[in-house]
Design a protein around this ligand. Structure first.
Ligand SMILES: *Cc1c(COP(=O)(O)O)cnc(C)c1O
Length: 392
């Protein structure tokens, strides 16, 4: 077995850089007898709300919980439909199903790889209650048309922002445009705890109150629960860790962006599809993916060269085993299906040593020179339905 010379992700390196601060913060959280006061979690909620530029944040025990709580707070339940994307991690769909509702998938834009707003209207029925776009890889979905369609039809908008801490769309932060923004702080995310953690943000205090009621957190309702209790609060230890990491989030995000800029620069003359963020957007590069005609061959070749690569995501959600009963077939979402076959993720994380993006790029170039077929571009596909993708 070949060991990765350049790992796809190295969480140990991150723990080392902030390790002593984290140990001190954990010790402090454990020493604090009044941990039920949620001192650390309360401080984190305030900081993360400010960071997202919204009024309210509720710290919870995972990204999947955040999505489920937002859906429940939006009143999503049995008999409802929620419009979402299949080109995403499975958690959003799982959250919709866990509320008893039905996910309805629309395809993504071939340039930005996020929800194609042109396809939403046709998917709306009298059962639709919410739209749930995802900011795939750290690039925000085209929120303006999504919001105007949602407002026109009286639908909630829930952003799956698990890849997008600090991302910006036309001067607005991820999580601040929809009714709810849902974040994950799973260890491999751009802001990571050491286990399960997440947050729901909203600019609407009434919606935050509903999330609090679901979390059983409002004293005035202690004896008379308005909603059935749903356990999901963030614990003090994770909040303490995240409070330390919040000091570094902007530096970490800029480190990701400069690695992406390096890849962009070094690969610019190759005929391959790279991320193309519109100029009004700040992409935060949770993932940096290339689109390759023969991805699996490139994956094997880069693997042999000792480069750790990844796939996000290999099987679009509508074709996953767990959702066969939804009745989707191969060919229903052609852009999502094609991206699932063609996207290949390169190493990108703040602690990646400075010379390494150059090494990765030169291995990619070597393959492109030796096997140009793998990289054969297909701009007809790329430009078929450009919309938000039409670059400024
Ligand atoms: C990680 C992730 C989630 C789920 O978060 P957990 O904290 O693992 O529950 C949801 N959506 C996306 C896009 C993710 O990457």
């Amino acid at each position: 077995m070949v060991t990765d010379l350049i790992p796809f992700l190295d969480l140990k390196a991150q723990t080392q850089t902030v390790g002593s601060q984290i140990h001190a913060a954990i010790a402090r959280a454990i020493r604090d007898e009044r941990s039920t006061w949620r001192r650390e979690a309360g401080a984190f909620e305030k900081r993360f709300a400010d960071y997202c530029n919204v009024a309210c944040c509720r710290a919870v025990n995972g990204g999947a919980s955040a999505l489920r709580l937002a859906l429940l707070a939006a009143g999503v339940g049995p008999g409802n439909e929620v419009i979402t994307v299949s080109m995403n991690f499975v958690a959003a769909t799982a959250a919709i199903v866990s509320c008893g509702a039905t996910p309805v998938f629309v395809d993504v834009d071939p340039v930005t790889w996020t929800m194609n707003p042109d396809l939403i209207e046709a998917a709306i029925t009298n059962k639709t209650r919410a739209i749930l776009p995802a900011h795939l890889h750290g690039l925000m979905a085209d929120m303006d048309p999504i919001m105007s369609i949602a407002r026109h039809h009286g639908l909630f908008v829930i952003e799956d922002a698990a890849h997008a801490h600090g991302a910006v769309y036309k001067s607005r932060r991820a999580g601040s445009i929809g009714d709810f923004g849902c974040f994950s702080f799973y260890p491999d995310k751009n802001l990571g705890a050491h286990g399960e953690a997440g947050a729901v943000v909203t600019d609407q205090p009434e919606l935050a109150r509903r999330v609090s009621l679901l979390l059983d957190r409002t004293p005035e309702d202690e004896r008379n629960h308005i909603f059935a209790r749903y356990d999901g609060r963030m614990d003090e230890v994770h909040a303490a860790i995240l409070n330390v990491k919040m000091d570094h989030i902007e530096a970490c995000t800029e480190a990701r962006r400069s690695i992406a800029a390096k890849y962009d620069q070094e690969l610019s003359d190759l005929a391959l599809a790279r991320p193309r963020p519109p100029s009004h957007s700040r992409h935060v590069y949770h993932i940096y993916a290339l689109r390759l005609l023969h991805r699996d061959q490139a994956l094997a070749m880069l693997g042999r060269a000792g480069i750790g690569v990844g796939i996000h995501y290999a099987v679009p959600v509508h074709l996953q085993q767990s959702y066969v009963e939804l009745g989707y077939r191969v060919g229903d979402l052609p852009v999502s299906e094609r991206l699932a076959r063609e996207l290949l993720s390169l190493p990108i994380f703040p602690e990646l040593l400075p010379e390494r993006p150059g090494i990765v790029a030169s291995e990619v170039r070597k393959i492109a020179t030796r096997e140009p077929r793998i990289f054969q571009s297909d701009w007809a596909f790329q430009d078929k339905m450009p919309r938000y993708g039409r670059l400024a």
